[in-house]
Structure formats: structure tokens, C-alpha cells
Design a binder for this molecule. Structure first.
Ligand code: PSU
Ligand code: MN
Length: 305
């Protein structure tokens, strides 16, 4: 096993016995939501996954160790430290570990560590993508590159329109990443169930999604799969309200010259402020919804193997 990786015993036992495990990221805890809702949500997501019959593995870097599975105390530590923890993308992992530091894992690094540990399915809220204006800024999330190369399925609620959804889909197509819509042909836009774009394939059952992913892995095709799961209707937001907040946040980021790894956390925080906390409630509920679907897919994946 990788000498930099610590797998929580409960997670290691489940993997060894081919029992379902669902990976979870830690940037959503430290940078995606405020304290204490971040800790409450992270613990509640773990409980949902357990109630669905799978084992949760929240992933992070602590004291220079790659962690697959955190204790509730470690989750509390991450939530409290919040933005003071470094957001760790692929380029940061080796330096953080060499220095013995902490890092909050994004979709990219959660996929990397999940794959090292032998976990196939990962649930989160939103993934990074091609940013609006990327034709001049070249701001394209490392998440897309990771989806292109690392065999972990990511279950999300689609893409926020802080991104250019059309260019994000083009990038994924070029890099061979299938985009699945759970029960829908339309790409969901995180806070809302719909966008003007279509997914590659609609699938209506966790078993169908698990089967397609197993076939991909057994064929030896590199890369992951992006499963987009629309936010439940009762928690979805008014498209005009959320898009206005997003447009304003994007404009402010441009004016302030915010770029690089700070861009996404800035936009997420501004959108939450501009919508007076409504978007936080929606965000929490869609993560719960994705955790349930991911647990179902992980169970189906194990049942076949
Ligand atoms: N998008 C969201 N919520 C998030 C993120 C993105 O709607 O929490 C976080 C995830 O950790 C994602 C990261 O992997 O931001 C992408 O950052 P960047 O755009 O800098 O690649
Ligand atoms: Mn970026």
C-alpha cells in the first residue's frame, strides 16, 4: 500500500470484504460552507450513507498524511479551521505531505486518494469546470483533468453557472468522460434541476450506472464518470434569483482581480451572502440527495463484483 496513505480501519475492512464505500471531499467542509453548518452537514452525510448500507470515507490531508476516512473529531477540526486550511489540488499534494501540513481535498485530490485506497464511488455537491471567460483566463478546474484520468465515479448535482456549462461539457467530451443524468436528459445546474444543455446518457437506476462504470473499468478505459443528480424539486431555487446572484459574484470577482485557487471559494461565498443563506439550505439538501444515490450505486457496484 501507498506509504503516505492511512485508511481508517472501518473503511479498510469494508474495501477488503467488497462492501460498499462512498468517498466524500473535505474542501466542501472547510471552504464550501460556514461553520458550524459545515460540520453538521459532513456528519449528517456520513450518517445518511451508513443508513443506506454503505461506509462513508471522508478524505483529507492531515499532518502530511493522506487520509481515507476521518473521525468525527477530525471532521470538527476541519470545519472549525475552515479557510485557514490549504485547499489541496493535485499540484499541492506532494508539497503538503513533504511539509507535514493539512490540506482540504477538492474533487481532484479526493479522487486521487479514493483511487489509492480502492474506493470507486464519490459523492459531493458540485464539481469544478471551465470558468466563464476561460477563453482569456484559461481557468479550467483540475477536476476535469482528474475525471479524464482517474477511475472514480463522481456523483454531483451538475454544474453551477459560475462555470461555462457548454465549454465544461465540451472539455469532458474531448477527454472521454461520460456525463450521466440520473432520471433526466437535461444537465442539472446545481441549485436548479435544469439547464439549457443535455447530458450524454440518461439512466434511471443505480444498477444501470454501476454496470456501465464496471464495464468501463474492466475494459481498462482510463478516467472516471460524472453522474449528475438533479436537486430535489422542493429544495430547488428560483432560476432568476440564483442566476442574478451568480452574475453579480462573477462580475465582482473580475473587478477584484480574483483568480487561481481563490476564484471558486470567493464565488461560492459571495453567492451565499447575496442569496441570504437560501442557497446554503439548497446546497446541504442536494449533498444529502447525492449521498443517497452514491450509496445505492456503490452497493450495486459491489453486488456485481
Ligand atoms: N463547486 C461547488 N462547490 C464546491 C466546489 C466547487 O459548487 O465546494 C469545490 C470542490 O472541492 C471542487 C473545487 O473540487 O471547489 C474546485 O475548485 P477549482 O475551481 O479551483 O478547481
Ligand atoms: Mn481554477
Amino acid at each position: 500500500m501507498n506509504r503516505y496513505l492511512d485508511i481508517k480501519p472501518e473503511v479498510a475492512e469494508a474495501i477488503a470484504a467488497n462492501r460498499p464505500v462512498v468517498a466524500l471531499e473535505s474542501t466542501i467542509i472547510s471552504h464550501g460552507m460556514p461553520y458550524p453548518q459545515n460540520v453538521e452537514t459532513a456528519l449528517a452525510v456520513e450518517k445518511i450513507i451508513r443508513d443506506c448500507g454503505a461506509v462513508p470515507a471522508t478524505i483529507a490531508v492531515i499532518g502530511g498524511r493522506l487520509k481515507a476516512g476521518l473521525t468525527p473529531e477530525e471532521i470538527e477540526y476541519f470545519g472549525k479551521k475552515g479557510q485557514a486550511i490549504a485547499k489541496a489540488s493535485r499540484r499541492d499534494l506532494a508539497v503538503l505531505c513533504a511539509r507535514g501540513e493539512d490540506g482540504a481535498t477538492t474533487v481532484t485530490t479526493t479522487m486521487i486518494i479514493a483511487h489509492m485506497a480502492g474506493i470507486h464511488v464519490f459523492a459531493t455537491g458540485g464539481v469544478g469546470g471551465v470558468h466563464r471567460g476561460a477563453e482569456t483566463t484559461m481557468d479550467i478546474s483540475a477536476d476535469l483533468e482528474e475525471l479524464a484520468s482517474t477511475p472514480v465515479m463522481v456523483v454531483c448535482a451538475g454544474c453551477k453557472s459560475i462555470l461555462d456549462l457548454g465549454l465544461t461539457l465540451e472539455y469532458l467530451e474531448t477527454h472521454g468522460v461520460p456525463v450521466i443524468g440520473y432520471g433526466t436528459e437535461i444537465l442539472p445546474a446545481f441549485y436548479t434541476r435544469e439547464s439549457e444543455f443535455r447530458v450524454d446518457y440518461r439512466m434511471d437506476a443505480p444498477e444501470e450506472i454501476a454496470r456501465a462504470f464496471r464495464v468501463k473499468n474492466e475494459m481498462g478505459l482510463r478516467g472516471g464518470m460524472l453522474v449528475t443528480n438533479p436537486i430535489p424539486q422542493e429544495y430547488s431555487m428560483d432560476a432568476a434569483v440564483i442566476n442574478k446572484a451568480i452574475d453579480q459574484a462573477v462580475e465582482e470577482a473580475k473587478e477584484k482581480g480574483i483568480h487561481g485557487k481563490a476564484a471558486t471559494p470567493f464565488l461560492l461565498a459571495r453567492i451565499k451572502d447575496l442569496t441570504g443563506g437560501d442557497s446554503l439550505d439548497s446546497n446541504i439538501q442536494l449533498v444529502f440527495n447525492n449521498a443517497r444515490l452514491a450509496a445505492g450505486i456503490a452497493k450495486a457496484y459491489c453486488a456485481e463484483g
